[in-house]
Design a protein around this ligand. Structure first.
Ligand code: SAH
Length: 235
């Protein structure tokens, strides 16, 4: 029986990997982790950095997944074939990624393909980055009657403004915020209180609610911003 397990590794802190995930990582015959090439040609993998801090001896293999919107189907099809080869050798295969495994993740695509091929699939959720980031704030991420809105890879600051104005009592989370330039100016104009978190759960973690801290800051891929409703902040 071919068995594929998707495992969320949490936001970056190895202590935020669940016991269930750790057990499954130890049990697997092979662990595949997503990686990309940097501009200078080196291989980068946030997931591997987490794996390396865990007490596991399972073989880890990388899956190169370019960060692009182009040819995505083709990229995932190739990745899936690689995993299929291991599954067809009778191996128990784990695929990991940071955060949760079905929340803006590679595994979401693989799961659909594996299900269509009648592969037995198992999903072990991880702590999503925005939840870990939210816990670094001084107030709850959401409470009482407020809702939660989320944008990943925002198209423009207008899109964010519209969401904020359209739902003044809700919290808005923006992920993949690096795609936009000009956050400092936007935050100055926007009157909503915010929490910006970079690389939550790592030794490079950076947290601020002060717009001046972002004046000349380069926004990395692993950053998220949360806008609270004004009423929540006032209490
Ligand atoms: N599966 C992940 C999300 C992957 S999409 C999850 O469940 O959280 C990648 C985006 O998630 C990044 O652009 C960033 O917005 C956010 N992210 C992931 N890890 C993060 C971290 N450690 N700190 C801050 N943001 C993070």
């Amino acid at each position: 029986m071919r068995k594929l397990t998707g495992i969320g590794l949490g936001p970056g802190d190895p202590e935020m990997v669940t016991l269930k995930a750790l057990k499954a990582l130890r049990q697997a015959d092979v662990i595949y982790y997503p990686a990309t090439y940097s501009k200078t040609g080196t291989v980068q993998s946030f997931s591997l950095e987490i794996l390396q801090q865990l007490d596991i001896t399972t073989e880890c293999r990388r899956l190169i997944i370019p960060m692009t919107d182009r040819n995505q189907d083709e990229i995932y099809r190739k990745v899936y074939q690689t995993i299929m080869e291991s599954l067809n050798e009778g191996k128990e295969v784990a695929v990991v990624n940071e955060g949760d495994v079905l929340f803006y993740s590679t595994f979401g695509y693989l799961l659909k393909m594996a299900k269509a091929d009648d592969v037995e699939c198992c999903v072990i959720s991880g702590i999503p980055a925005f939840i870990a980031a939210g816990s670094l704030g001084d107030i709850p991420l959401v409470e009482r009657n407020s809702g939660l809105n989320l944008i990943a890879r925002p198209k423009s600051f207008e899109q964010i403004s519209e969401r904020l104005q359209g739902s003044p009592d809700d919290t808005l989370v923006v992920m993949k915020m690096k795609v936009l330039n000009g956050w400092y100016n936007f935050l100055i104009e926007c009157s909503r209180p915010f929490l910006y978190v970079e690389k939550a759960g790592t030794t490079d973690e950076f947290v601020t609610s002060n717009v001046e801290d972002l004046k000349d800051r380069e926004i990395p891929y692993f950053s998220v911003i949360m806008f609270y409703s004004g009423t929540m902040v006032e209490g």
